[in-house]
Ligand binder design. Structure first.
Ligand code: ADE
Length: 247
């Protein structure tokens, strides 16, 4: 069974590529897909691209062309929930698209044609990912210096949209609007909900892990850049390698 591991950024993918056994690069749909194994388990690695459409194309290609039977997404995210700090890890329980708004035809954030707002991640795969993240955070405590030390692992709702949120006022507005509708969002990013929807369409398990690179506030851009350069690669690779051992 092939597991697709999609990363948003090359820095995140680098550690996985370095660990890939029998790597084989295949160009498809304007992307590089890497077939191989991690810990003896068949995988295909790819960069999702940035944004929902790019991620949906990558996920679809991974399924249709490379036979992926489940998809794990790794990346970084902006923390918006209380107590979600830079360096923490969020394992998604479910996803919504915060920029989906077909009102008044459908309720705000509802996915037209799906009769739902939230797309759930696979419970079993997410539980394994949560275990892997907890293992890594415990063993890595203190390893990344004070600014980026990973300390917390969270499990809950993540919101995706085609916007890099880099203003405290916008993050607060989004968070409180969602909360008023009963959706307590932990983090924002730009791809996961699209991949979750593709997996829903194909009936395949999906799970996602996001390391918090910034707080989606006025400092987000600087924090994000520093974090991706210094931490994302090592962290992603550790969590994914811990996960594949459990598959
Ligand atoms: N990914 C990481 N940080 C983000 C942010 N602040 N907004 C959207 N996507 C992100």
């Amino acid at each position: 069974m092939t597991t697709a591991i999609l990363s948003a950024l090359p820095e995140e993918q680098a550690g996985l590529l370095a660990a890939l056994e029998q790597p084989q690069r295949v160009a498809h749909a304007g992307r590089a897909f890497w077939r191989g194994a991690l810990g003896g388990k068949d995988v295909v690695l790819a960069l999702s691209g940035i944004g929902k459409v790019a991620a949906a194309t990558t996920a679809t290609a991974a399924i249709e062309r490379f036979g992926a039977a489940r998809i794990v997404f790794t990346g970084v995210a902006g923390g918006v929930g209380d107590g979600v700090h830079v360096g923490d890890v969020v394992v998604a329980r479910d996803y919504l698209q915060h920029d989906m708004d077909a009102s008044p035809l459908f309720a705000r954030w509802e996915l037209p044609g799906y009769a739902r707002t939230l797309v759930a991640c696979d419970a079993h795969l997410s539980a394994l990912l949560l275990e892997a993240a907890n293992d890594c955070v415990t063993s890595a405590a203190g390893q990344f210096g004070t600014q980026c030390a990973a300390h917390g692992v969270h499990h809950g709702l993540v919101a995706s949209g085609d916007r890099f949120i880099a203003a405290a006022a916008e993050a607060m507005h989004l968070r409180s609007a969602l909360r008023n509708a009963g959706h307590d969002v932990l983090a924002v990013e730009m791809e996961g909900a699209a991949v979750a929807q593709v997996c829903l369409d194909y009936g395949l398990p999906f799970a996602a892990v996001r390391t918090i690179s910034d707080r989606a506030d006025d400092d987000a851009h600087g924090d994000f850049t520093l974090f991706v350069r210094t931490v994302a690669s090592r962290y992603t690779a550790q969590i994914v390698q811990a996960l594949v051992q459990k598959l």
